[in-house]
Design a binder for this molecule. Structure first.
Ligand code: FE2
Ligand code: FE2
Length: 172
């Protein structure tokens, strides 16, 4: 599996979590809170690891890669900043230990999910095909192993947390 296959597999797992968050928003408030909080606690750290790997793999494009690639890379970089800012705002709310305005968490989370969908699509369809050839093999190998471990950890986290949520909701 190449590093891009691994990152794309991780996007698919993030989509799975986002779908779970979407489904949770229409539930009653206590269930929605529990599901969204738990989904965020899986999503946010995995997302931070994912974006760190991307920034490590995709250094700034060279001039030879052309102006269009530079433009797309700049858009992706600014999306990373927006996602990071939302990530911080959501973490601040979660640190309040349940004493927060749930509608605020819900709207920030919805904004994050919407941005992530567009961001993943843009990376996969516009950035990665252009930059595939520019990734040095040594860097791909070095980062690939860590990225593979991240995906395995995320898969484990998802199945562990999903079961916990379902058990809680069934017994509540
Ligand atoms: Fe990204
Ligand atoms: Fe990504």
């Amino acid at each position: 599996m190449t590093i891009l296959d691994i990152l794309s597999k991780e996007h698919a797992l993030f989509h799975k979590i986002i779908a779970r968050i979407d489904a949770a928003t229409s539930r009653d408030e206590p269930t929605a809170r529990l599901e969204i909080e738990r989904a965020l606690l899986v999503l946010l750290p995995a997302l931070a690891r994912h974006e760190a790997i991307e920034m490590e793999v995709f250094k700034r494009p060279s001039r030879a890669e052309g102006p269009e690639t530079a433009k797309i890379a700049a858009t992706i970089a600014s999306q990373h900043k927006e996602i990071l800012a939302l990530h911080r705002d959501i973490l601040e709310i979660l640190r309040l230990g349940g004493k927060y305005d749930f509608s605020r968490l819900k709207s920030l989370t919805a904004e994050l999910c919407q941005k992530l969908r567009g961001h993943f699509y843009m990376e996969e369809s516009r950035l990665w095909p252009r930059r595939r050839a520019a990734l040095p093999a040594a860097r791909r190998r070095a980062v690939g192993q860590r990225a593979g471990q991240n995906v395995a950890d995320l898969e484990r986290e998802i199945s562990r947390n999903w079961d916990l949520v379902s058990d809680y909701v069934k017994s509540a």
